[in-house]
Design a binder for this molecule. Sequence first.
Ligand SMILES: *Cc1c(COP(=O)(O)O)cnc(C)c1O
Length: 381
Amino acid sequence: MESYPIENEKLKVLKSLPTPSFVIDEGGLLMNLTLLNRIEKISGCKILLAQKCFSTFKLYPLIGKYISGAVASGLFEARLAHEEMKKENHVFAPAYKESDIKELDTICGHIVFNSLKQFKLHSPNCHKASLGIRINPEFSTQNHAIYDPCSFGSRLGVRLCDMPDELPEKIEGFHFHTLCEQGFEDLEKTFKEVEKKFKKYFPKLKWLNLGGGHYITHKNYNVEGLISLLKYIKDEYNLQTYLEPGEAVVLNSGFLTSKVMDKVFNGLDILILDASAACHCPDVIEMPFLPPIFETSENGKYKYRLSSMTCLAGDVFGDYNFEVEKNIGDNVIFEDMALYTMVKTNTFNGMPLPDIYLLKQDLTVELIKKFGYEDFKGRLG
Ligand SMILES: *Cc1c(COP(=O)(O)O)cnc(C)c1O
């Protein structure tokens, strides 16, 4: 668990907002974007926002000022980037519907197919987009089974043994994505494997997409190593490189505000919050991980289990040590809550969706979206 310093002034503003709310931190976002922009400029690589991680499109114009575009996981995300970012627009999906592919071909500059069958089926209907296939390097560097596309039985990507001797003519690029919150060293090892297995096809290609999962904006990331690998790929093989990070774009760029509704005791003190892990940040339970929280530390004197207002017994954020006592009516502010949160919320138990705010660099706050009963009801009939 990691906490990053935010000034008291910021905390004061966060505590003044209605709960629960997501608050996007413009300052944090800009720090990430500035680094990504530098990497683009020095390496010649193009960086795309993976929208499945963050799709709060109000921020797309700002993001589009710093990086080259976005990548979608299907038609809806592709439309969103087309309408709201209006820059490079790529799409990858394990399969496409015939009814979607014509529109994708008109709004996406790049379409990546997951199999040669998908490519054969849809490529006759693609006339504008540059087409590619996803390859499976069969080289695992992580232990999160559900995030490992190289694991046994994975449906993601074409393995070397299934590649034809000659690439179909319309294939102009390769895509691989195997990492999740990983450093440069794992990318380097993976690329070496890709190079060893697939380089005979490189002369036919125009671009290589190295996927996401790069922890680029994390403090220990080897940025210079990444830049030299990207330059090497460009110089050695004359390929346009792409990276499509999600997390790295919005790491440490948001908060979730909540309020203590009740405090009960059952072997330990339990705070019942108006935010829910199951509804507002399901990755906390799925992955699982312990989100950082303001006013907590390893040795904090006040130990609480944080849970929520739903009826799910396991709707628990985790156990925390607070430096201050928390009572009914107090705020609890979660940090690093921009990634894989707003895109994954649900209204299970009739829980309200958190409103979305933007906290600007000058500490003024702008309401992006308010949700209510109609958003709960509207999805159900
Ligand atoms: C999830 C995903 C990404 C983004 O991953 P992050 O871990 O958020 O950087 C990029 N590309 C593909 C194909 C993905 O599935």
